[in-house]
Design a binder for this molecule. Structure first.
Ligand code: UD1
Length: 421
């Protein structure tokens, strides 16, 4: 497939309306969790992104029948699904690992390819494996796969995570719902995606207390039933539009965006000078002057999301003043900073701190997206650069932002997709 890129001519104030669809980081986990119940589960508000297709392919290979109609996906799970997730899919999409918990819980066995490293750091899976072992499974690596087995079923246990990992909380939650007895997960992640998954599981018949708090209590049930569920809106896409409005001195009404999932980022944007108001079905973000620099430190929810860190660095690159951005969640997440420097940004990185000296105007240049969020951060920077910015490897961005180019154009941006060299 030819490598595509975005071509951005900077300088437009974004103005108008956008619609936010379902959260990527929620829907993929909901799809994986359908494996917990035999029969047809329906998920609505499904975003039109490549990763949904990859998860659908993975579920199909496990014997499910997956059908899609507009933003609704139906997954028919057989009585005994397959138990192996192959490397070709797992390497394309890390969230494939989310089938581990449901398969071990339902079948007592799973073989999942190890995803390996990626562009935002080493991303271990030790909490997933240790937690499953506490629940009575054995897990070992063989030929690039983790082989997890629990021939006599899982048993409730007390698990304390060393860090509130989103993926580990999800895998352990989806394993514990069918375990015998009570499981307590302490230091659990509290992201809205976890709450969405928990509510989905409850609608299947699971018994879960404490969603949205650091302690989850799960009383196992013998069987879950198929359900119908609407995916929550994507808070990272919402946040990206909010930063886009602030950076371009624009005015964007974000339909479907939930301010309650973004309290810290919106407070930070307000301190940068943005005017943020609630609307009937979302939020409106306006900016009239050059943003003020904002210091942030990424943290697990409800802290500032690491997935919006590239956007905050881009904003600071053109802000009035100096800022320090501290990355506490992923070690490799400043890699894209070198790309921003190509646009003239004044940034120096020392360990997990980036110091940014805001300048009035960035200068367009070719840059490359290294992951979804870094790519979106570079697009925002391109919008406020003079001349042309080419964002290469835009397939990364397509993984997380449905209809990105179209929505940007509706807001007045001069952006096109073109074939790269
Ligand atoms: C999910 C999101 C990602 C987001 C991240 C943090 C999806 C598909 N991805 O990723 O967009 O940036 O949450 O909000 O939902 N860790 C370990 N051992 C483990 C598990 C995690 O050391 O067993 C470390 C990771 O290396 C990382 C940190 O914990 O440094 C957080 O990772 P985690 O919360 O698990 O992120 P993901 O679920 O991979």
């Amino acid at each position: 497939m030819p490598n595509e890129r975005f071509r951005i001519v900077g300088g437009t104030r974004l103005h108008g309306e956008v619609h936010v669809s379902g959260a990527k980081n929620s829907v993929l986990k909901l799809m994986a969790a359908t494996l917990l119940a035999q029969g047809k589960t329906t998920i609505t508000n499904v975003p039109d992104i490549a990763d949904v297709g990859i998860m659908a392919e993975l579920l199909t290979r496990l014997g499910c029948t997956v059908s899609r109609d507009a933003d609704t996906i139906t997954i028919d799970v057989p009585e005994i699904p397959g138990h192996r997730a192959d490397y070709d899919l797992v390497r394309k999409m890390r969230a494939s690992i989310n089938v581990l918990g449901p398969l071990v819980a339902r079948l007592g066995e799973a073989e999942i390819a190890l995803p390996g490293g990626d562009a935002i750091g080493s991303r271990g899976l030790d909490f997933h494996f240790k937690g499953l072992e506490s629940l009575g499974a054995t897990a070992h690596n063989q030929h690039g796969y983790v082989i997890a087995t629990a021939p006599n079923g899982l048993k409730g246990a007390e698990i304390t995570l060393d860090f509130p990992s989103v993926g580990a909380t999800e895998n352990l939650l989806t394993a514990a719902v069918l375990a015998k007895g009570t499981t307590i997960i302490d230091n659990a992640a509290r992201e809205p995606d976890i709450v969405d998954l928990g509510e989905f599981l409850i609608s299947m018949g699971a018994n879960i207390q404490g969603l949205g708090t650091p302690t989850l209590t799960i009383v196992g049930v013998p069987k879950l039933n198929p359900t119908t569920h609407r995916t929550i809106p994507d808070r990272i896409v919402t946040g990206t539009w909010a930063f886009a409005a602030a950076m371009t001195k624009g005015d964007i009404t974000i339909h479907g965006g939930r301010a309650s999932d973004l309290e810290v980022p919106l407070e930070k944007l307000a301190s940068a000078g943005a005017i943020i108001t609630s609307t009937a079905d979302g939020i409106r973000v306006r900016m009239e002057s050059r943003p003020q620099a904002i210091d942030i430190a990424t943290l697990p929810y409800p802290g500032f999301p690491t997935d919006l860190q590239p956007m905050v660095i881009s904003l600071n690159a053109i802000a009035q003043g100096n800022a320090i951005v501290t990355e506490n969640v992923f070690e490799g997440r400043f890699m894209f900073v070198n790309e921003l420097v190509r646009l003239g940004a004044q940034i120096s990185v020392d360990g997990h701190h980036a110091s940014i000296h805001g300048i009035e105007q960035l200068s367009g240049a070719p840059v490359a997206a290294t992951d979804i969020r870094a790519g979106a951060g570079l697009v925002l920077a391109g919008l406020v650069s003079d001349g042309v910015t080419l964002v290469e490897d835009c397939f990364h961005i397509d993984r997380g932002y449905p209809q990105f180019i179209e929505q940007l154009r509706n807001l007045g941006a001069e952006v096109t997709r073109e074939i790269g060299d």
